[in-house]
Design a protein around this ligand. Sequence first.
Ligand code: NAD
Ligand code: UDP
Length: 349
Amino acid sequence: MSEKILVTGGLGYIGSHVVVELCAAGYEPVIVDNLSNARASVLERLERLTQRALTHYDVDIRNRAALETVLEREPGAGLIHLAAFKAVGESVEEPLKYYDNNVAGSVALFDVFERAGGGGIVFSSSAMVYGDVKVFPLHEGMPVQPNNPYGASKAMMEQVLADLAQAPGAKTRGLSLRYFNPAGAHDSALIGEDPKDRPNNLFPIIVQVAVGQRDHLTIFGEDYDTPDGTGVRDYIHVVDLAQAHVMALRALLDGAFEQPFTALNLGTGTPYSVREVVTAFERELGQTLPQKMGERRSGDVATLLADPSAAERAIGWSAQRDLPDMVRDAWRWAGAARQWGLWNDDDQS
Ligand code: NAD
Ligand code: UDP
């Protein structure tokens, strides 16, 4: 019998790709997702893609009693915890919403998991934990100093997980994965990013321009201290990211780590500017995209770039996909999603 792995947020953008990779690796994912930012139809599409019936509990991670029932029914030693709110701007406006869901929710989940026997927890963290640093690339030994409530919620949960794993007699070990900029979609075009609200990220915004839902792209600043003056990020294909979770979980469950808690960057280590991303889309589409230069976006940093070498040493993972792959798959997914009436549709069914 294959091993059950609890996946919170398993119907979301990244979680759905993790579910596919868990199935491919022979695990049995058990999805916990309250559909606060996902459509129920993701489950059907995941079942089509994986060719198997999947288990989903419509449960909020803040509901301890419901979580206890799930863990009684679905005992397992692995937990991949992705459920969270993730909009930085909203976290500044409504910090308590973020601390409640991301921190209180995670504390409840970890507590129930530890009491049910513990095991390995892989936690979705973010490059945001490093805050506004000016030195690149970023490595895991650098200080954690987030500069917004969302980043702080991730940093707090890393600390909570580290403390839990180091506590005397603890049955849980932890691995935190600090994602850089996830992009792209599964190449089947059955799952991908499906923003519920108006997107803020570069990839979905470019797609909206390409399909005529927006007149133009505004490039936020051309006076940064970067090679072409536009912001530089470390974009990582969501399938590479998902595969890293499976490798991380396996290493954790095999006892491959000396320390009870480890944090790893997940990026490619390759920098791309806004202009380079736009050019890659224009090449894929065979057309130029309407664009305007704008002011810098408040809170943006010039460069975010990972040193991903620790992940390679620790779990044998490195990204296999590049920017043209991300662009091609994001575009293919947008086409399929629009055909199904998903993309930017208000109906969250
Ligand atoms: P997403 O919103 O698509 O997925 C999150 C899922 O969690 C959603 O399906 C939502 O319904 C569910 N969820 C939220 N709160 C819940 C709760 N209380 N109980 C049960 N389910 C709940 O987001 P994503 O992009 O897939 O992100 C997944 C994780 O990765 C998050 O923890 C996010 O903070 C982290 N992350 C994302 C990015 C990014 O750019 N997408 C970057 C760094 C880190
Ligand atoms: N960006 C832009 N125009 C947009 C959206 C984003 O120029 O409409 C830039 C942004 O300033 C940053 C890069 O694209 O330099 C990536 O932004 P995104 O929001 O996707 O990621 P994050 O800033 O959270 O790393």
